[in-house]
Design a protein around this ligand. Sequence first.
Ligand code: ADP
Length: 486
Amino acid sequence: MDSLARDLPLLTDLAFIGGQFRPAADGARFEVRNPATGAVLAHVADCGASDAEAAIVAAEAAFQSWRKVTAAERGKVLRRWGELMLAHQDDLALLLTREQGKPLSEARGEVAYAASFLTWFAEEARRAYGEVVPSHRADAEIVVLKEPVGVVAAITPWNFPYAMITRKVGPALAAGCSIIIKPAEDTPLCALALARLGVEAGVPAGVVNVLPTLKAPQAVGPLMASPVVRKLSFTGSTATGKLLMRQSADTVKRISLELGGNAPLIVFADADIDVAVRGTIASKFRNTGQTCVCANRILVEDAIYDRYAEALARAVAAMKVGNGEEDGVAQGPLINAGGYAKVARHVEDALAKGGTAITGGKPHDKGGLFFEPTVLTGATTDWALASEETFGPVAGLFRFHSEDEAISLANASETGLSAYFFTNDLKRAWRVARALEAGMVGINEGVISTEVAPFGGVKQSGLGREGSRHGLEEYLETKYVLFGGL
Ligand code: ADP
């Protein structure tokens, strides 16, 4: 711990409740490991139900005063927090790479992306405008006010351990809400490092609370049961999202859910193949394929299938695999044994059903949680990766013969988060963008996430939007006030 503390100055192994860093009430701790090496990074406080109860009390008290702070002042705190993230970009990035495994260059990118939600919502705080409505009566005036929802529970995943938190904390604090964060068990250290910078930025005690835990159901149970917690914002798997949606019913919480995707990426014959390959690499292999907006089904028009497959395989084979701290590494390890097993299963299933690995296709020589970046040709809709999110560095290439067939293949999914396509035909671009059942569409581009645009899905990919001006609405209630007898 001592040498790590020098190397990782923002490392904290305690929960953060009511402005205090403290152990779990029962003293329990759990291990956090570096997925590239297996080394233990810390033994972190393992919160349970009583810690969650304490966080609810602290957040409720803090909400009553935070909601009365002016929007401009709340914005100042958020802006300072975002600036502090950038001032500590290298420290935060190294912690992220050690805890989560992504290459350092991607980690630095995530820090900047995460900070952008704090600075964006610092500005949006002042734009929670209400309305004055032309009245239905001559002796009355009608106004519509926007008010903070209340105490928020945020449950976040490990793949973007900073950004998935700031995308919720930014709008929550801008709106005047307080928040209790339950970070993923694989990445609590990033969440706690953020909390430390929040203190430095001037976030008042209790406005932000962090409950690291290995026993999510126990720690989250009180949050879901509490009538004080008025909103749930969740990013994670569709299965957990459905469970939490059910649990929200008892207290009729507002809910925002960012769930799984199974993104199609369509390459039409009229596309520029180099652009399509670059876009595919960016979309499919970012974070070693572990994002909910990663392309999962790559649909390629028959006329260019072989040329595109060869070019993609060349680019994939050139990617350096290894510990994200090493220079030039483009692909890190998978997050944990469960994630690794799923990737291996998808590849074995594809090969058993007649697929061909034109590059990769097996565990990497480095061992541990490293898998070879893989391109599979001959994909068919009975493959596991056609209907399940792989969450790993595996590109399965499906073949299609017409625009209609591509659209119907793309839409043959219960989820609808992001979709991508490559074409140089303007009319087709508009037609296909309209026809795709997805919350977000990238045309001739593989990475589309930004704080200025609404992120979210349709179908079983979730409810609500994050980022952009729409992201603030999720944390605001609408109150209609009538002044009568005027
Ligand atoms: P992933 O497959 O990406 O790990 P999960 O949905 O399991 O997705 O995890 C996303 C977040 O949900 C994590 O913070 C995790 O701890 C939390 N989580 C998982 N199961 C539960 C549960 N039963 N109750 C509350 N939170 C949960």
